[in-house]
Design a protein around this ligand. Structure first.
Ligand code: AMP
Length: 223
């Protein structure tokens, strides 16, 4: 049987990682592991992890490395990941997380990752984040200027409530961009120097970005 893939989506908040992630997992059959979704789930469920994470998330800051590394390590050790492979969305976000991930992949005998760097300007992501809307029911991602859906509307896919993430408000967006530039952007160089990066221009329609992502991935992974 072919080795299950490990795919990392790198890119600033709002680069379109969540949107492309859904399409990639459909194509490659791997599991979608989004640390942001896992943490938001913990916040909604009111768990101890959620209570701890919420204060960092609302401020646009990163949840401490040891907490996030712990939840990813547990998830990657599960049998379904070993069988189907994984797409990591929003992890790693610091050099310490990247080092920890390398060690975990070795521990659980998963291959080196393929890293898709979704490149987009800061101006564009600030615009996208401030108009981003989500569905509470199915997690679909919309944009006020693209689909015209706003807070309180019904999701066209599942009739769930459309909402705006607390960290998609102006002040948190500014903080998240600062954090991204200081802590996450250096990961491009980290993976570049290991020959693992696929650079993709993430500007344009969802479809055209998806064509570029799929073309880059299939060169590396086949399929
Ligand atoms: P995201 O949905 O990926 O934009 O993540 C939303 C928020 O969750 C981030 O702004 C962080 O507060 C937190 N978070 C998600 N992933 C990580 C991570 N790998 N490391 C630290 N914090 C994270």
């Amino acid at each position: 049987m072919a080795t299950p893939p490990v795919i990392i989506l790198l890119g600033a908040p709002g680069a379109g990682k969540g949107t492309q992630a859904k399409r990639i997992v459909e194509r490659y059959g791997c599991l979608h592991v989004s640390t942001g979704d896992m943490l938001r789930g913990a916040v909604s469920a009111g768990t101890e992890l959620g209570t701890l994470a919420k204060q960092f998330m609302d401020a646009g800051e990163l949840v401490p490395d040891e907490v996030v590394i712990g939840i990813v390590r547990d998830r990657l050790a599960e049998a379904d990941v070993q069988k189907r492979g994984v797409l990591l969305d929003g992890f790693p976000r610091t050099l310490a997380q990247a080092d920890a991930l390398g060690a975990v992949l070795e521990e659980v005998s998963l291959p080196l990752p393929v890293v898709v760097d979704m490149q987009v300007s800061e101006e564009e992501v600030v615009q996208r984040l401030s108009t981003r809307r989500m569905c509470r029911g199915c997690g679909s991602i919309y944009n006020l200027s693209r689909e015209g859906l706003d807070v309180g509307d019904a999701c066209p896919k599942c009739a769930g409530e459309i909402y705006q993430r607390d960290d998609d408000r102006a002040e948190a967006i500014r903080e998240r961009m600062k954090v991204y530039n200081a802590q996450t952007a250096p990961l491009v160089e980290y993976y570049q120097s290991r020959g693992l990066i696929l650079a993709v221009c993430a500007v344009g329609s969802v479809e055209s970005v998806n064509d570029c992502v799929m073309a880059a991935l299939s060169e590396r992974l086949g399929g």
